[in-house]
Design a protein around this ligand. Structure first.
Ligand code: SF4
Length: 175
């Protein structure tokens, strides 16, 4: 029996495999050699062209990592533009990008909002500077709060904040 509550659309995830440094607890794949960013973006572009016209339509798009905010806002905007050109994406698709505090300000996030991202996921992890240092995070609590405020100013009304309760616990989401 067909269940109307189940979407027949698909979700698209793009993994940006770069970070500025590696956090102590993280086992997601990413590298800190940014000399390979151009090669990655060219390969991703070719891959999108190779699969141009894929169906069914995507109703969610998620650009994660790694740390997508290692890339300039213009490069993320170009990525989303090509993606929408190559694939059917429903008009109101939830379109998320992960960012790290310390990488972003209001201008950067506004550029992403204008490009079509409607949800930003902020890797705050903790509002305790001691825990952030233990985790090996590059930002401090103040920068986490600033990133949340910048997202609000840039027009993101959907900005989940990734928090981690205990640095000795299991794995947490990336970014
Ligand atoms: S937690 Fe996020 S920022 Fe840290 S190494 Fe993993 S992917 Fe990179």
């Amino acid at each position: 029996m067909h269940d109307d509550r189940i979407s027949t659309n698909a979700g698209l995830y793009i993994h940006v495999p770069f970070c500025r440094s590696k956090c102590a607890y993280c086992d997601f794949y990413s590298i800190t050699d940014h000399a390979r960013v151009d090669a990655f973006l060219e390969a991703l572009s070719r891959e999108m062209e190779h699969h141009r016209g894929f169906a069914p339509a995507f109703d969610t798009v998620y650009v994660g990592g790694g740390t997508p905010s290692c890339l300039t806002a213009d490069r993320l905007a170009d990525m989303l533009r090509q993606l929408r050109s190559a694939f059917p994406v429903v008009p109101d698709a939830e379109t998320t990008v992960e960012v790290n505090p310390g990488d972003v300000d209001t201008a950067y996030l506004r550029r992403l909002r204008e490009a079509g991202f409607n949800r930003v996921s902020i890797g705050v992890q903790s509002f305790d500077d001691g825990i952030l240092a233990t985790l090996g995070r590059r930002h401090n609590a103040r920068e986490g709060l600033d990133a949340i405020e910048s997202a609000r100013r840039a027009g993101f009304d959907k900005a989940p904040v990734l928090l981690r309760a205990d640095p000795r616990a299991g794995h947490s989401p990336a970014a």
